[in-house]
Design a protein. Structure first.
Length: 157
């Protein structure tokens, strides 16, 4: 049975966007493109309506590319359990109240039993200082915490 990975919006955006002039972003885009096929073929891949909502924003042509890249992925339901866990992450000041989407991405991955949450969001999700705090809240609510990682961390070399 394949391990399950929830792909957060930043990964999809890096996969489909034009190469950035920022060398760090350009490197992350290149890594994402390099790892994409292996991720899609090696894991059972999930997204959510939140991901779709986020990737539909912005330039319509770019949004269409993002949407096309995820058509075969499975959809996680945004249910009361996920909403409540996201609320707990914010109430416990693990995720800032100004970033409810980040809390919901984490909560969705946790309540649906994902093995991994794949992201390039190092501000609120894949952050060394935050990972333990995130895991503590998730486990305190009775769920297992998915491994929070980037495409590079998921597959290495």
């Amino acid at each position: 049975m394949k391990e399950m990975v929830y792909i957060e919006t930043s990964v999809i955006s890096y996969y489909t966007s034009k190469p950035s002039r920022d060398i760090i972003i350009a490197a992350r885009q290149a890594i994402t493109r390099e790892k994409w096929i292996k991720i899609v073929s090696s894991f059972k891949v999930f997204i959510s309506a939140l991901v779709i909502q986020e990737i539909e924003k912005g330039d319509s042509k770019a949004a269409q590319q993002r949407l096309a890249s995820i058509q075969k992925f499975l959809m996680l339901a945004i249910d009361n359990r996920a909403e409540q866990l996201a609320k707990r992450l914010i109430e416990n000041r693990v995720i800032p109240q100004e970033s409810p989407g980040d809390a919901l991405h984490i909560a969705l991955a946790a309540v649906h039993g994902m093995d991994y949450l794949l992201t390039w969001n190092f501000t609120h999700i894949n952050n060394a200082q935050m990972k333990n705090k995130i895991a503590t809240v998730i486990m305190g609510e009775g769920y297992n915490c998915p491994i929070l990682c980037s495409p590079e961390e998921l597959l290495g070399d």
